[in-house]
Every structure is written in structure tokens, then in C-alpha cells.
Design a protein around this ligand. Structure first.
Ligand code: UD1
Ligand code: UDP
Length: 378
């Protein structure tokens, strides 16, 4: 199917495939829908299926093209080749003036490469993040760098991201500091006095319990590091009667196997299905602290004033650490245990980390990105 160009508008195709890309692309899609000079074409690879559809529903986005590439247990090569093949067809038929990708997943790299092969201009949203280690996060650090090489417009969330790109030799006039669109999405869904309409979540006494929200899914953590993280959490719950854990588990069966093995039905550790974006972020807003290896959570938690312990060896998001809300604690069981224990026992240290700061943007990143697109493509 081909989308006809209505009245000489500029055609912008957004391509995304996973949960975090959808969340962060949604504010841009919505902003472009309102802009009459833009013909907005949404193409999802569906690298994720259920976790992508959850976000499409929440933001009321109906893709024009759905490549439906998802397969349980998919390999990186399968995602790359299926996405490339599907995108080639859609790009040739629709000839966009600009193709937007977001972040660092395999869909992002395949999207940029598919556009490059057709000589279509590329905008990279969330450009310039670097951990400095090609294998951590894996394969995301490589995806970002490979995408950067092909990009015409780098939409960098922070000054630090801009500096990373300048260091790699990208010209300043192609880099635009915009903030991260995840903050736009977050402001859209977090509410005062939120009710979950979920038996378990509504039954948690957030006033008198210290609720730890945790997520973990990174490929490089799967195996021993993830076992360490989960064991530290379990020990914490056993040592503190007033602590409760909510862990919406990623659908990756490798993550699930480790979680079920370590946690074995503890009454104060709630292993739940991936939550919709609205309940998830409101759960974060009500929690005591966050333990995660996720990228998006490192950006959202500071905005909500929640201390976040990052269970990874490196991070490409140092801004939260500089602001004092995030701490990189690695994947050593004892270290994670001690750091959580400290935040539970030492009020002063906890309060120091729980200031709401916004190093990742002011909630207007999508607007800025659309303005730049209009200026540059006009
Ligand atoms: C991908 C991204 C990662 C991102 C993460 C967000 C790559 C290489 N990795 O990792 O950067 O942080 O998404 O969550 O692009 N699954 C389902 N249903 C779904 C989604 C996943 O069943 O809706 C299961 C499947 O068994 C799948 C596995 O999870 O094989 C892993 O999914 P995949 O997209 O390959 O990688 P993620 O680990 O999700
Ligand atoms: N998220 C969600 N439901 C969940 C867990 C996470 O909506 O059960 C959101 C979270 O708020 C963040 C994004 O998903 O915006 C992070 O996705 P993920 O951790 O899968 O990927 P990453 O950010 O690490 O690439």
C-alpha cells in the first residue's frame, strides 16, 4: 500500500519497533499529527509485539504499516534482516522526505540503514548517548554509533550527548539539543492520586511500606549478573519487614526463568506482567526507590524525584548521576544489597537522592524536534 502525498506536504516516516521506542516516539507522532505541513507516516517493525501494542493503544496510534516481524526467541540477525526487507518496500513505495528513528535498538539501526540505501534523509532521536563500551549495553552501543554515521539530523537530548557527537567529528550544525521525548510522554500520563484499577496494585500500602520498583532485561545482564541482582533484592526483602517489591517482568523468557528461579513466590515480591505505561509510571511515582538496568527508567525516575540504583557496569546516561538522583551500582550481589540497605536505613542519604530534577528535558522535546524538521526540510 502507498500513502498518497496530500497537497505537497513534507512526508515524514517514523519507524519504531519496541516498547521504549514507541513511548519516546509517541509525542513526536502526536505533534506531527497536529502539523498540517507534515504528512505523517507511521511504520512499525513490531520487533516487539505485545509490549509495542500496549503503547500504541495508550497513545492511540494506528500505524500505517506494520511489518509484524516479531518471533519469540528472535535473533539479532533475524530482526535486522526482516526489518530491512520490510522497510525497503515501504520506503520505495512511499518515498519519504525524512525517516525518523529513535534510540538504539536493532529496529533503529535497520531503519537507518534501509533509509540510507534509498538515499532518504535520516533524523535520529535520542542521538549521542555513549557508554564507551561497544559490548555494554550490547548491542545498543553499536546500534547508536552505526546509526549516527548515517544520520543527517542528530536530535540530542542533552549537552553531554552533543559533546559525544562533536568528539566523534559530527558537525555542530547537524546536532540539535532537544531534551528527551520520554519526559513529554511522562508528563502526559502521571497523575495525582492515581488509582490503578488493579486489585494487587491498589492493595499496596504505599504510605507505610517501602515499595521497590524493579525492572531488568539487558542482554549483557542475562545469566549470573541478573541472578546476583535478583538475589540481592530477595535478601533485602527478607531483611526488611516493611519492604515490598513490584517487578513487572519483561516478556523475554530468559529473564523470566531467572526471576522465577530466584524469587520462588515470596509474598512481598510481586512478579507481574509488563504494565501499561500509565499504571507503570504512576507506580514509579508512588514507589520508594527504583532498581533497574533500563535506559528509560533512568530518565523518568529523576523527573519523579525517585532514587534510582542502576544495576549495570556502565551507563550512557550520566546526567542523572551528576544530578544526584541516580547511582551506578553494578551487578555484584553484595554491593547492590549494601546500596539498597543504605537507602532504606539512612533517611538523610535517601532524601539527598530523592530531589526531583529534570536533566533529560522539560517535556517539550517533541515540539522542538518538529519545529527543527519544519525549518530544515522546508
Ligand atoms: C529490545 C532492545 C533493547 C531494549 C528492549 C526494550 C535490541 C537488540 N534490544 O531488547 O535495546 O532495551 O527491547 O524492552 O533491539 N518478547 C515477547 N513479546 C514482546 C517483546 C519481547 O515475547 O512483545 C520476548 C521474545 O521472546 C523475544 C525476547 O522477548 O525473543 C527478546 O526481545 P527482543 O526484541 O529480541 O530484545 P529485548 O531484550 O526485548
Ligand atoms: N515500562 C512500561 N511498563 C513496564 C515497564 C516499563 O511501560 O512494565 C516503560 C518505562 O516507563 C520506560 C520504558 O518502558 O518508559 C522502558 O522500556 P524498557 O525498560 O523495556 O527499555 P529500555 O528503556 O531499557 O530501552
Amino acid at each position: 500500500m502507498k500513502i498518497e502525498n496530500r497537497g505537497g506536504k513534507m512526508k515524514v516516516m517514523t519507524v519504531f519497533g519496541t516498547r521504549p521506542e514507541a513511548i519516546k516516539m509517541a509525542p513526536i507522532v502526536k505533534a506531527m499529527e497536529k502539523e498540517e505541513r507534515i504528512e505523517n507516516i507511521v511504520c512499525v517493525t513490531a520487533q516487539h509485539r505485545q509490549m509495542l501494542d500496549q503503547v500504541l493503544n495508550i497513545f492511540d496510534i494506528e500505524p500505517d504499516f506494520d511489518l509484524n516481524i516479531f518471533k519469540p526467541g528472535q535473533t539479532l540477525t533475524e530482526i535486522t534482516t526482516k526489518a530491512l526487507e520490510g522497510l525497503e518496500k515501504v520506503i520505495i513505495e512511499n518515498k519519504p522526505d525524512l525517516l525518523l528513528v529513535q534510540g538504539d535498538t536493532t529496529t533503529v539501526f535497520a531503519g537507518a540503514l534501509a533509509a540510507f540505501y534509498q538515499k532518504v534523509k535520516i533524523g535520529h532521536v535520542e542521538a549521542g548517548l555513549r557508554s564507551g563500551n561497544l559490548y555494554s549495553p550490547y548491542p545498543e552501543e553499536a546500534n547508536r554509533k552505526l546509526t549516527g554515521i548515517l544520520t543527517d539530523f542528530h536530535f540530542a537530548p542533552t549537552e553531554k550527548n552533543r559533546e559525544n557527537l562533536l568528539k566523534e567529528g559530527y558537525p555542530d550544525e547537524k546536532i540539535f539539543i532537544t531534551g528527551n521525548t520520554v519526559i513529554d510522554a511522562l508528563f502526559h500520563v502521571v497523575k495525582d492520586k492515581y488509582i490503578f484499577n488493579d486489585e494487587l496494585l491498589d492493595s499496596i500500602d504505599f504510605e507505610n511500606r517501602k515499595v521497590i520498583l524493579m525492572t531488568s532485561h539487558r542482554r549483557e545482564n542475562i545469566g549470573k549478573p541478573m541472578e546476583n541482582i535478583f538475589t540481592a533484592i530477595k535478601r533485602i526483602v527478607e531483611a526488611h519487614e516493611d519492604v515490598e517489591v513490584v517487578f513487572p517482568i519483561h516478556l523475554n523468557p530468559k529473564v523470566r526463568d531467572i526471576a522465577y528461579k530466584v524469587f520462588d513466590n515470596h509474598p512481598r515480591i510481586h512478579l507481574v506482567e509488563p504494565l501499561n505505561y500509565e499504571p507503570f509510571t504512576n507506580l514509579m511515582a508512588k514507589s520508594y526507590l527504583v532498581v533497574t538496568d533500563s535506559g528509560g527508567l533512568q530518565e523518568e525516575a529523576p523527573s519523579l524525584g525517585k532514587p534510582v540504583l542502576v544495576v549495570r557496569e556502565e551507563t550512557e546516561r550520566p546526567e542523572g548521576i551528576v544530578a544526584g538522583t541516580a547511582k551506578l551500582v553494578g551487578t555484584n550481589e553484595e554491593k547492590i544489597y549494601k546500596e539498597i540497605n543504605m537507602l532504606l536505613n539512612e533517611k538523610e542519604k535517601y532524601l539527598k537522592m530523592s530531589n526531583a530534577v529534570n536533566p533529560y528535558g522539560d517535556g517539550k522535546a517533541a515540539e522542538k524536534i518538529v519545529d527543527i524538521i519544519l525549518q530544515k526540510l522546508d
